[in-house]
Design a binder for this molecule. Structure first.
Ligand code: DOR
Ligand code: ZN
Length: 429
């Protein structure tokens, strides 16, 4: 099926385009972007009042399959992604088994081929079983199609192992992403360390538990020259260290999640498991620092760290709740409201943060509306206000603190390789 998107505000930052025009999709590709396109046989989509952007790309999601299909599957997680405007997601390797061999990756690729509504790239494990000891076979993993390497869910604790990993990744031509955390400093912490954690009697995770690990990785990048991407940066000290490293010309990129720039540690006063994540929600000064770092380019992209968990793992005492929240369906609206409506960044910049830059970081297809490119597209109604409800969630999990929140900006249509996967806000069966 071919599609003709009529009268959208087409925003394509990579090609410096922001104007009301039409876009024609033919044979899964973008065929033409121009005013008054005529096409017989294409299904016409009236996109007046909508923006048309390259599909969003998430460098950090947990799809839980194989191993934890009760929380999420590739099928449910990618439907959730499509609803949020994402056309490509990168899945983290902390599945069971972990994505640590070509065989495990090939098995996941087969499921993706059958079940996924959006493009899925796999991030392979840096170490066998993500145990932080023995490196995986990077060349074999690359051949199996991975986008990057990470042990996300946990850091690589041993600096010598990380150093060797970066050297090998450089040889293999693969980027590495780092869950930067000093586990000794985190200890048994469950929330941000500070006045509130003391008041609530909860064990804290200090800013240093992240920033010291960030500094370690930066020192290793200096030696090895490997491209390194930081996952979920949450502290002002990390932003400062990354800003400095970038000034020195190191090949470093970094992401922030919507929860780390929209919520503070004070949420933990509710003792709800849905505000427990790793890294934890931080102090107001950190939230401000994250926003400014997104504005000035210290942080390169917004990623969700979509981390589904079951009710029995979240609706328990705060100490026992698992870390993580879902985020694919709310990311765009939260970012739009907090960053663009507030005047901090432009809409063009937001599209860079959520599509152009993530494509660049992991050398992925997408992030462009140039004729000839794969038709990965999101049509978004920026004026639409909505209240996020439990009933509408397409993820198999419900662990989000944003239920009941008023949001602005809703994704109406999504095309993935020219397939119309989200139509009038609904994912096609
Ligand atoms: O909150 C988190 N949840 N942080 C992580 O690093 C891992 C993730 C998960 O897999 O649940
Ligand atoms: Zn992580």
């Amino acid at each position: 099926m071919n599609y003709l998107i009529k009268n959208a505000r087409v925003i394509d930052p990579k090609n410096n385009l922001d104007e009301i025009c039409d876009l024609l999709i033919e044979n899964g590709k973008i065929a033409q972007v121009a005013k008054n396109i005529k096409s017989s046989g294409a299904e016409v989509i009236d996109a007046k009042g909508l923006i048309c952007a390259p599909g969003l790309i998430d460098t950090h999601v947990h799809l839980r399959e194989p191993g934890y299909e009760g929380k999420e599957t590739i099928l449910s997680g990618t439907r959730s992604a499509a609803k949020g405007g994402f056309t490509t997601v990168c899945m983290m390797p902390n599945t069971n088994p972990a994505m640590d061999s070509a065989q495990h990756i090939k098995a996941a690729v087969d499921i993706i081929k059958n079940d996924a509504s959006v493009n899925v790239k796999i991030i392979g494990a840096l170490t066998a079983g993500r145990k932080g000891k023995e490196l995986t076979d990077f060349a074999a993993l690359k051949k199996a199609g991975i986008a990057a390497l990470s042990d996300d869910g946990s850091p690589v604790e041993d600096g010598a192992v990380m150093q060797a990993a970066l050297q090998e990744a450089f040889k293999a031509g693969l980027p590495v992403t780092s869950h930067a955390e000093d586990l000794k400093l985190s200890g048994k912490g469950v929330m941000n360390e500070g006045f509130i954690s003391s008041k609530l009697g909860l064990a804290g995770i200090s800013n240093e538990s992240e920033s010291k690990a960030v500094e370690r990785e930066i020192a290793l990048v200096k030696e090895t020259k490997t491209a390194l991407h930081f996952s979920h940066i949450s502290t002002k000290e990390s932003c400062k260290a990354i800003r400095k490293a970038k000034k020195e010309g190191l090949q470093i990129t970094a992401e922030a999640t919507p929860h780390h720039f929209t919520l503070t540690e004070s949420e933990c006063e509710s003792f709800s498991g849905n505000v427990k994540m790793n890294p934890p929600l931080r102090a107001a000064a950190d939230v401000e620092a994250i926003k400014l770092a997104l504005q000035d380019g210290t942080l390169d992209n917004i990623a969700t760290d979509h981390a589904p968990h079951a009710p029995h793992e979240k609706e328990v005492e705060f100490d026992y709740a698992l870390f993580g929240i879902i985020g694919l369906e709310t990311a765009f609206a939260l970012a739009y409201e907090t960053l663009v409506e507030s005047g901090l960044i432009t809409l063009k910049k937001l599209i860079e943060l959520m599509s152009v830059n993530p494509a660049k970081i992991f050398k992925l297809e997408g992030g462009t509306l140039k004729p000839g490119a794969r038709a990965d597209i999101a049509l978004i109604d920026l004026k639409k206000e909505w209240v996020y409800t439990q009933e509408e969630i397409l993820s198999s999990s419900r662990n989000t603190p944003y239920i009941g929140r008023r949001l602005k900006g809703r994704v109406e249509h999504v095309f993935v390789s020219g397939r119309h996967v989200l139509k009038d806000g609904r994912v096609n069966e």
